[in-house]
Ligand binder design. Structure first.
Ligand SMILES: CC(=O)SCCNC(=O)CCNC(=O)[C@H](O)C(C)(C)COP(=O)(O)OP(=O)(O)OC[C@H]1O[C@@H](n2cnc3c(N)ncnc32)[C@H](O)[C@@H]1OP(=O)(O)O
Ligand SMILES: N[C@@H](CCO)C(=O)O
Length: 351
């Protein structure tokens, strides 16, 4: 009797894609070369129709089994036994892809503050280079939340009939002034760090702590904190929420880089699927694949209305909603609802 699980053979592969061809950016600047760190799990099937490409949010990395553990992995909804699952760290991010701390090919020294501004369209274009390198002519699904949803939507537009499904969670077709405002206050916090401007890998680290604390307020909902951070004693100072936000700031600053945060938050701000394409409604109408747009009822950053807008304007759109106390970040937490919504979507479309 063979008691060995077939899943034992499913290992995650970590790799680096080196692109030696220049990448022209929307800003007019050109990246002469770049690298992307990426992971794959599972195998491409004979029909080559089981590619699931996962797109991470602002501070995620190429390992969705880590930050989307309830959805990706053995016996999870996206099980490598059935799918060929790919996730790449974005250009600009500090988890193994070309970012402001990478050496500039022309000088051999880090870019630091000269790293070019990126847009979600540029990030999608860099991912497409990786797709071509891997020889994938067809993608079954691109799926991502927040910044990941913005990049997924851009990529869905340019992939045309090479993509079957785009799943866009807690995201939008164009950054709202509200989102840009939140990101601007976070960049102001980074700028006010006296180390910002220095050519050092830790420049802006203290400012990044404050930036994350501000960001956390927008990633949650007042009710989240009523439930988790309310005081049980009468107090005049040293509130739980204060230590929570300080802790979250330190936790992020210890694992992420302020220059990358700056670049990726700017990419989020400049996101506009309709730029140069006659506006968002025209651009959405050109997307050929099925689009499942998922909102979170308590998301105060990317509103449900922005998610509904996507499904209303694409040719083959579906809207679903997660009910949660967690606000925007519910897409990283509410696995049961996500799984139910995804399962229904694929079943409704006979997949
Ligand atoms: C290499 C890498 O790390 S890859 C990147 C992984 N991360 C990502 O991809 C980003 C996406 N993930 C996230 O944004 C988050 O992890 C989420 C949304 C999924 C969950 O957020 P969390 O911070 O884990 O949850 P939550 O808001 O409940 O905070 C819990 C933490 O706050 C701490 N905490 C809670 N209340 C307080 C308080 N009053 N004072 C101080 N600390 C507190 C808890 O002890 C816990 O600490 P821990 O993270 O060290 O275990
Ligand atoms: N919590 C997310 C940002 C909001 O989508 C992240 O850290 O990537």
């Amino acid at each position: 009797m063979n008691l060995q699980s077939p899943h034992l053979s499913i290992e995650m592969t970590r790799d680096i894609f080196y692109c030696k061809e220049a990448l022209p950016l929307e800003s007019g600047e050109v990246l002469p070369e770049f690298q992307l760190s990426f992971t794959t799990q599972g195998q491409l099937n004979a029909k080559k129709d089981n590619v699931i490409w996962i797109l991470h949010a602002l501070t995620g990395d190429a390992n969705p089994q880590d930050w989307w553990a309830g959805l990706v992995g053995e016996d999870k909804f996206y099980d490598p036994a059935n799918y060929f699952i790919i996730c790449a760290n974005y250009l600009g991010s500090c988890y193994g892809s070309t970012n402001p701390l990478s050496n500039r090919p022309e000088t051999g020294k880090p870019y630091y503050y000269d790293f070019p501004n990126l847009t979600t369209r540029d990030i999608a274009a860099s991912l497409d280079r990786l797709r071509i390198h891997l020889g994938l002519e067809k993608i079954n699904t691109v799926i991502g939340g927040s910044l990941g949803g913005q990049v997924a939507l851009e990529w869905a537009f340019s992939l045309e009939n090479r993509l079957d499904n785009a799943i866009i969670i807690a995201s939008n077709a164009k950054a709202s002034p509200w989102i840009i405002g939140f990101n601007e206050t976070q960049r102001m916090a980074i700028e006010s760090d006296e180390t910002w401007g220095r050519e050092h890998h830790a420049a802006g680290k203290k400012g990044l702590e404050t930036a994350r604390a501000i960001g956390m307020l927008s990633y949650r909902h007042p009710e989240t904190f009523i439930q988790s951070q309310s005081e049980t004693e009468e107090k005049r100072d040293n509130f739980k929420i204060s230590s929570y936000l300080r802790y979250q700031g330190q936790k992020l600053a210890n694992r992420f880089n302020a220059l990358s945060y700056w670049i990726l938050s700017k990419a989020m701000d400049s996101h506009d699927l309709g730029r140069g394409r006659g506006g968002t409604s025209n651009a959405l109408a050109c997307i050929q694949c099925r689009v499942l747009s998922i909102g979170v009822d308590t998301d105060v950053l990317f509103t449900c209305e922005e998610s509904r807008y996507i499904s209303r304007h694409v040719a083959k759109g579906t809207y679903r909603e997660i009910k949660s106390v967690y606000g925007h970040d519910a897409f990283l937490i509410e696995y049961e609802q996500l799984q139910y919504i995804l399962q229904s979507f694929y079943l409704e479309n006979n997949q």
